[in-house]
Design a protein around this ligand. Sequence first.
Ligand code: ZN
Length: 177
Amino acid sequence: MRVFKWSSDFETEKESPIVPMWISFPNLKAHFYEKLALLLIAKIVGKPLYVDEATATQFLPSVARVYVEYDYKKEPMNQVWIVVKDRDSGAVTRSYIQRVEFAKMSTYCEHCCHVGHTSSTCLVLGNRLTTPGKVQVSKTLREEKREMLKKEAEQKQKQEKGKEKEPMLLGQLKQNT
Ligand SMILES: [Zn+2]
C-alpha cells in the first residue's frame, strides 16, 4: 500500500510525485536535535510530517530522523546549508553543511507519472523506442563505449561503402566490445 498526499488536481491514474519518507541527518550537531530546529532543517528537503521518537526524546541521538513529504520532481538534495544567526543582532555566527540521507531513494517517471522507474526505463515509453535519439537513457560506461564503437564502425562503413569491407568492420566491432 502507498499513501499519497491529497490535492485538488489528484488523478487516480497518476501517482503523486510527493511521497512521505524518512530522511536522516548523520552527525548532526547536538544542539540541532531540538525538535524545532530539526523541523526547520527538514523543511528545506520537504514538508516535515513528524520527528522520529528516538530523535525527539534523544534516546538514540546518533542519527536524527524526520519523516517528510518528499517531492520527486524536485532536484535531488543530499546536503543542506545551516546558518546560525545571533538572536539579538541577526548576524551570522556559524554555518554548517549538513548531509541528508534518504531512507529509500526511489525514482519518479515524468512520462507515465509513476514512482519506481524513470522515463528512460519506462515501459510506456519503451513501446515507442523505434524513434532513435528520442529517449534519453542513462547509459553505463560500457554501453556508451559500445555505442561509440558502433557509430565509428557505421561511419567507416559509410566512407567505405561500395568497397565491400563490411564483413571486416563487423569483425572489429565484435572484438572491441
Ligand atoms: Zn513510466
